[in-house]
Ligand binder design. Structure first.
Ligand code: NAP
Ligand code: ZN
Length: 352
C-alpha cells in the first residue's frame, strides 16, 4: 500500500477537497500510472452529490474521475502491453470477472461483477475504488488502454468516457453514410458524439436548449441545429430520424424525440438523469420505434474507439483547469457553461 494525493468529497454536501488516499502496490498484472490529465464527466457530479442514490449509492469519501490519461511509472512482472514511460489511459472500468458470458464477448461493461474506476467496492483494498482526481492509479493491464501518439493528451482524456459512451451505441445502431442521426444535448458527451457521427459519415443534427451553441455545433460537424424548445423547428423533422442519441443529464421529455424517429428508428439514452423519464406508448408503437440505453463500452471496443479517434484526429474541445477549480467547474457544468469538457491538469495537484 502507498498513499497518493487526491481530491475527495466527504459527503453529498461537501465540496471536493485535498486528501490522501491509499493505493495498492502494483501486483504482477498491474500497471501504475502517474496521472497527467483527467476529464470531468457529469457522472462525477451525479456521484459526488449522491444523485444516483436509488441505483448506485455513493460510498464516501469519493474520489471521482474516469477519463484518465497518464504515464506508466511501474509495471508488474507479468505485464506485456506496457513499459515504464509509456503514455496510457484508464476509463470507467478497472475490473470484471473476465469469465462470464458478457466478459467473454468483450462486454466487460455488462459484467455482473464489474469494478468501476470509482465508487465500487475494491476487491483489493476492501474499501471503495478511487478515481482519477489523483496523482496516480493502479489497475490490471487488461483495463489499461494504449493512446494514439498524435492526440493532445488533455483533449484526448475525455474520450475515455465521453468517447466510448457515444461511439459504442453509434456503432451498435450502424450509424453511418446515408443515415440521419440526432444528438440531444451539446455537452461533454454530445459534442464528442457529433464529431464521431460526422466521421462515420452520417447526416448529423444537434438538438440543443442553448441557441448560442449553434455555430459551435456546425463547426464540430453538425449538418443542422434544432433548438429543441422551438416546437416549429422540432415539427419539421417529424418521423425522419434513423437514430437519436440522448446525452441529457437532467429531466426532459423524451417523447418529443421518439416522435421524430422514422419507422424502426431508435432512441438511445446515454444521459442518466436521476429520476425516471415517462414514455408514451403511443408515440413508440406507431412506427415500431425502439428505446434503448447504453453504458460506456467494453475494453476492446474502447481501444477501437481510441484508434478511430487517432485516425480521424478526434479529441474533445477542452478547457484545461487546475484541480483547485473543480468545484467551480461543477457549478458551471450545471449551467451548461462549458465548451465542452473540463480537463484537469494534474500537475496542479502537486501545489495543493
Ligand atoms: P454535460 O456536459 O453537463 O452535458 C449535458 C447537456 O445536456 C448540457 O450541455 C445541455 O445541452 C443539456 N441539458 C442540461 N440540462 C438540460 C435540461 N434540463 N433539459 C434539456 N437539456 C439539458 O454532461 P455529460 O458529461 O455530457 O453527461 C451527460 C449525461 O450522460 C449525464 O447524466 C451523465 O451521467 C451521463 N453519462 C452516461 C454514461 C453512460 O455510459 N451511459 C457515460 C457518461 C455520462 P444543451 O445546452 O445543448 O441543451
Ligand atoms: Zn463519464
Amino acid at each position: 500500500m502507498y498513499y497518493a494525493k487526491a481530491y475527495a468529497a466527504a459527503s453529498a454536501e461537501s465540496p471536493l477537497a485535498f486528501a490522501t488516499i491509499p493505493r495498492r502496490e502494483p501486483r504482477e498484472c498491474d500497471v501504475q500510472l502517474e496521472i497527467l490529465f483527467c476529464g470531468i464527466c457529469h457522472s462525477d457530479l451525479h456521484a459526488v452529490r449522491n444523485e444516483w442514490e436509488d441505483n448506485s449509492p455513493t460510498i464516501y469519501p469519493i474520489v471521482p474521475g474516469h477519463e484518465i490519461v497518464g504515464r506508466v511509472t511501474k509495471v508488474g512482472s507479468a505485464v506485456t502491453k506496457f513499459k515504464v514511460g509509456d503514455i496510457a489511459a484508464i476509463g470507467c472500468l478497472v475490473g470484471s470477472d473476465r469469465t462470464c458470458p458478457n466478459c467473454r464477448a468483450g462486454m466487460e461493461n455488462f459484467c455482473p461483477h464489474m469494478v468501476m474506476t470509482y465508487n465500487s467496492p475494491d476487491p483489493h483494498t476492501g474499501r471503495a475504488t478511487y478515481g482519477g482526481y489523483s496523482e496516480s492509479i493502479v489497475a490490471d493491464e487488461h483495463f489499461v488502454l494504449r493512446m494514439p501518439h498524435n492526440l493532445d493528451l488533455a483533449a484526448a482524456a475525455p474520450l475515455l468516457c465521453a468517447g466510448i459512451t457515444t461511439y459504442s451505441p453509434l456503432r451498435h445502431w450502424k450509424v453511418g453514410r446515408g443515415k440521419k442521426a440526432g444528438v440531444v444535448g451539446l455537452g461533454g458527451l454530445g459534442h464528442v458524439a457529433v464529431k464521431i457521427a460526422h466521421a462515420l459519415g452520417a447526416h448529423v443534427a444537434v438538438f440543443t436548449t442553448s441557441p448560442g451553441k449553434r455555430e459551435d455545433a456546425m463547426r464540430l460537424g453538425a449538418d443542422e441545429v434544432i433548438v429543441s424548445r422551438d416546437a416549429n423547428q422540432m415539427a419539421q423533422h417529424s418521423g425522419s430520424f434513423d437514430f437519436i442519441i440522448d446525452c441529457v443529464s437532467a429531466q426532459h421529455d423524451i417523447n418529443e424525440y421518439i416522435e421524430l424517429l422514422a419507422v424502426d428508428g431508435n432512441l438511445t439514452l446515454v444521459g442518466a438523469p436521476p429520476q425516471p423519464l415517462p414514455v408514451s406508448a403511443h408515440t413508440l408503437i406507431f412506427g415500431r420505434k425502439s428505446l434503448s440505453g447504453s453504458l460506456i463500452g467494453g475494453l476492446a471496443e474502447t481501444q477501437e474507439m481510441l484508434d478511430f479517434c487517432g485516425q480521424h484526429q478526434i479529441t474533445a474541445d477542452v478547457e484545461v483547469i487546475p484541480i483547485q477549480k473543480c468545484n467551480e467547474a461543477y457549478e458551471r457544468m450545471l449551467k451548461s457553461d462549458v465548451k465542452y469538457r473540463f480537463s484537469i491538469d494534474m500537475a496542479s495537484l502537486h501545489s495543493a
